[in-house]
Design a protein around this ligand. Structure first.
Ligand SMILES: [Zn+2]
Length: 606
């Protein structure tokens, strides 16, 4: 069982950690005024509606209403328990916990089956690596790798290994360590023979590349054949822990470099990532034998909005790059394309021309959107044929019409005019026509690149609410900032409740919070609230702009709205009763109710 972490330690950690740093590890944040904004990690979006307040040490999403403090961020995003979140932040702030944290393993919350799958991968990864670098069995594979240009450094860093040329070595290895074989089959490590139901090893006599998830757990392997036998790469199948369309190779290692350099380099295969890393490109990632999916794009977009695509230089690679470019561009990424010459792949290029040239003449000299499109559209066209040439110009004009900056449009129009000796005026005319017809066609479609998101999103927080709801939220906002105001509100409500159940619940929590001797501190209060939905509402309320000097007049106005609403509901009920009495011709009763209504109306505070 996990040892309890003392309150004081938790307070100490909460006070020394900065929520901007914690969230900054996951979300690319930009400062706007007092707060930071970024793409919400809890729901897919292309324009930032996620905000972090360094003053209040909380976060809030105007889109999906997620909200909380640094601890709840890790709990909601990583699936950590409260204790795990505390342990994680203790490490980050270098505050020693002086308790046994071994039971606070990252995956402690996982189901035991998933945990066993991770454990088996971890164990096998170490074993395969040992076989490759330390044993005679792995010598052939090691020599093969070194001959192919892999360095010992890369082999260490990427924990590359070797699987023995045996049908049942891994099978026995796992069995001896009490891993259930049918579970290991579902983890993709073993294969079950239909004929007799026996298990055998999936990977035999292959160079083994471990694949990690975002958190750094090993979830799969890719096994490369040593010779020419097919397939060249054998990947783990899709399992409960491995989903190809969501997995980005090296993301766990590269994400901090991506944040720092404000750019990701996207490769076609993981071998390219490893080769590029050895050449000094450390922010490289790749998909796992599939083309780019929307899920990959969302994952990348959350960490940066600048991507360089570096796919193979052959036709298939260029076509895939064009598709990836459109996908990344559509979620608001600024994309460049590194175009490799002579149909080379990145790995071959580095071997041929060296690391320096790869960095300077391929990655650094990558093409802008428009330069790439102009080269791409040219492929396979014979431009000395008039028909093909006109088609090319037409296609380029379409791309130019997509550019948002007038200077850029002008630049490329001039380039086309001079290359094909055309009149610039005529080109400009044609481009404008194209632009208008495109506008017409896309009128009913949502804009792919909406700008100025922040103010727009901010407004959605102030949706028109009935006066009493707004009053309750304003009262709560001030009460969270000030214990005295809370006492005053308590007195003025004199036993009456808030009309909105959630507001009443937050109010009750707040009274208990102050009674426990705590001082106003939103982040701490968040922790006090055990209900996630309520926490989200608190975050929503806290992010409302409120004026610091709160007058008695405002206070009593808000209270009036709250109390009047309750009376208004009662009056409505009474009117209904009165009508009902009239319908039943019980005029005495109706008259009595009418009196009560009058009384209630009088008591409404003006
Ligand atoms: Zn959200």
């Amino acid at each position: 069982m996990a040892e309890r972490i003392p309150e004081e330690k938790i307070d100490q950690i909460r006070n020394s950690v900065d929520i901007v740093d914690v969230i900054g590890d996951y979300v690319n944040l930009t400062k706007q005024g007092r707060n930071y904004f970024g793409l919400c990690p809890f729901h897919g979006e292309n324009t930032p509606s996620f905000s972090v307040s360094p003053d209040k040490q909380i976060y809030h999403c105007f889109g999906c209403h997620a909200g909380g403090n640094a601890f709840s961020f890790l709990m909601d995003l990583e699936g950590f328990s409260f204790q795990e979140a505390v342990v994680n932040l203790a490490e980050k702030t270098n505050i020693p916990l002086d308790i046994d944290v071994s039971s606070h393993d990252k995956n402690v919350k996982q189901s035991p089956e998933l945990q066993q799958m991770y454990d088996a991968h971890e164990l096998l990864c170490k074993f395969y690596h040992h076989l490759l670098v330390n044993t005679k069995d792995g010598q052939e594979a090691l020599e093969y790798l070194l001959k192919r240009g892999f360095t010992m450094e890369s082999i260490e860093k990427y924990k590359i290994g070797y699987s023995l040329n045996s049908w049942d070595f891994v099978c026995k290895f796992l069995q001896k360590r009490k891993f259930p074989l049918d579970l290991m089959e579902r983890a993709g490590l073993l294969i079950k023979r239909e004929r007799d139901g026996n298990f055998f090893d999936r990977f035999r006599h292959r160079i083994m590349f471990p694949i990690h998830n975002e958190k750094g757990n090993i979830i799969a392997f890719s096994g490369r054949s040593l010779g020419e036998e097919d397939p060249k790469y054998l990947n783990s199948p899709e399992t409960a822990i491995f989903n190809k369309s969501k997995t980005v190779f090296n993301f766990n290692r590269a994400k901090k470099h991506i944040k720092k350099e404000q750019r990701a380099v996207l490769f076609e295969g993981f071998a390219d990532v490893i080769a590029a890393d050895a050449a000094g490109v450390i922010n490289g990632i790749a998909t796992m034998g599939t083309s780019l999916t929307d899920e990959h794009v969302q994952l990348i977009r959350k960490s940066t909005d600048h991507v360089t695509i570096c796919y193979d230089g052959d036709t298939a690679g260029i076509q895939a790059a064009n598709r990836a470019l459109d996908m990344l561009q559509s979620v608001g990424c600024n994309v460049r394309i590194a175009w490799l010459p002579e149909e080379l792949d990145p790995d071959d290029y580095i071997k041929e021309y060296g690391a320096e040239k790869f960095k300077n003449e391929v990655i650094e000299a990558s093409l802008t959107y428009m330069s790439f499109k102009m080269r791409y559209l040219r492929l396979g066209k014979r431009l000395n044929d008039e028909g093909e040439r006109l088609r090319y110009i037409e296609e380029v004009l379409t791309e130019i019409s997509r550019l948002t900056k007038a200077v850029e449009r002008d630049h490329y129009l001039r380039q086309i005019a001079s290359e094909f000796s055309l009149s610039l005026d005529a080109l400009q005319q044609q481009q404008k026509q194209k632009f208008y017809s495109m506008q017409k066609n896309t009128k009913n479609q949502p804009q792919s690149l909406p700008q100025e998101p922040f103010l727009l999103q901010q407004k959605s927080n102030n949706v028109l609410r009935p006066a009493f709801q707004n009053a309750e939220r304003m009262l709560l906002a001030h009460m969270m900032n000030n214990h005295d105001i809370t006492l005053k509100v308590q007195e003025m409500l004199s036993g009456n409740e808030f009309n909105v159940d959630e507001h009443q619940a937050i109010y009750t929590y707040l009274l208990a919070y102050y009674e426990s001797g705590y001082v106003p501190d939103t982040s701490n209060f968040m922790q006090f609230i055990k209900d996630k939905e309520l926490r989200h509402i608190v975050a929503d309320i806290v992010m409302m702009p409120v004026n610091e000097d709160f007058t008695e007049k405002e206070l009593s106005d808000y209270i009036k709205h709250v109390l009047n609403h309750q009376k208004m509901i009662k009056i409505k009920e009474k009117i209904h009763d009165e009508k009902e009495a009239e319908r039943q011709k019980d005029y005495a009763k109706a008259a009595l109710i009418a009196m009560e209504i009058l009384q209630l109306r009088k008591s409404l505070e003006k």
